[in-house]
Design a protein around this ligand. Structure first.
Ligand code: GLN
Length: 282
């Protein structure tokens, strides 16, 4: 490859994706990384397979491929992750938005509409993808967000400005400690992996912070606190909606019932696994 001045895009993608054999989506990863280096969309790259790139571009691309092979998420390398049709900034220290979380958005928007909710709080907001998307999809909502992490605060502000989302207020808070009533809906994608699952990922060079993943021995440490602390902050008929692991849903249902929530419902993700649980107060 290095003997010629120009490299054919298809060959570069082939080489990159072979290097990323451990990724779940080697070709897509390679395409996004080449798009990042050449400042072109994924669609444009896909329409340009027979074209060529200069050696310098190829070298920058291959160094991103190496970083990806070391375990960095594509989004940390490109700085961008698409969520619900919009680009969100992400940096190391932040959980990259996942497509699974889009079902939480769809359900929250439906509930807000059906129950005429006005005030929504997104807890453990990370990049802000949930809070900012809800506000953009329904500008009449009053949305706030919080996270324990100062990195989240920075990235949230960046996304808030970029998406021209002026009125979404961020509070630096340990779970619901500094969050005040009255709220109609609390949504959250908290850390919910078990400590063992988190350790296994970190041993596989996973680069996302354990702060955003580790939910303790059974993954429910933070979720237990959220379920216990949410009711006093909610208005009559207010709702709690949490993303978690399918295996945690039954225990969460019990915890929510004990805390006074009713009409408990579980929503499946794209792989048909129960991923979001919700319930409302009387
Ligand atoms: N769903 C994420 C994963 O499995 C975990 C996110 C979280 O803990 N909130 O990677």
């Amino acid at each position: 490859m290095t003997s010629t001045q120009n490299i054919i895009i298809r060959d570069a993608l082939q080489e990159g994706s072979q290097r990323l054999i451990e990724s779940e989506s080697p070709w897509l990863d390679a395409t996004l990384l080449l798009g990042c280096v050449t400042k072109q969309s994924r669609e444009k790259i896909m329409a340009s397979y027979p074209d060529s790139i200069e050696l310098e571009v190829y070298s920058s691309y291959m160094s991103l491929i190496e970083k990806r092979a070391e375990g960095y998420p594509v989004a940390y390398l490109t700085g961008i992750k698409e969520f619900f049709g919009r680009d969100f900034h992400v940096t190391p220290g932040i959980l990259c938005p996942r497509p699974d979380t889009e079902i939480l958005i769809e359900e929250a928007l439906k509930q807000v509409h059906d129950r005429a909710y006005k005030r929504v709080h997104d807890l453990c907001t990370g990049s802000g993808c949930i809070a900012l998307t809800l506000k953009l999809e329904n500008p009449d909502l009053q949305v706030s967000a919080s996270d324990l992490s100062p990195v989240s605060e920075k990235v949230f502000e960046l996304n808030r400005k970029n998406l021209e989302n002026k009125d979404v207020k961020f509070t630096l808070s340990s779970l619901l400690e500094d969050i005040g009533p009255p709220l109609d809906l609390i949504v959250s994608n908290p850390p919910y992996l078990t400590s063992q699952e988190t350790d296994e990922r970190i041993n596989r060079n996973w680069k996302e912070p354990s702060l955003a993943l580790d939910g303790g021995e059974d993954g429910l440490d933070l979720i237990r606190i959220i379920i216990k602390d949410a009711p006093p902050l909610l208005n009559e008929g207010g709702m709690l909606m949490i993303e978690a692991d399918p295996r945690q849903m039954d225990e969460m249902e019990q915890l929510m019932k004990k805390a006074g929530f009713e009409n408990i419902k579980k929503i499946c993700d794209l792989a048909s696994h129960e991923r979001v649980i919700m319930g409302n107060l009387k």
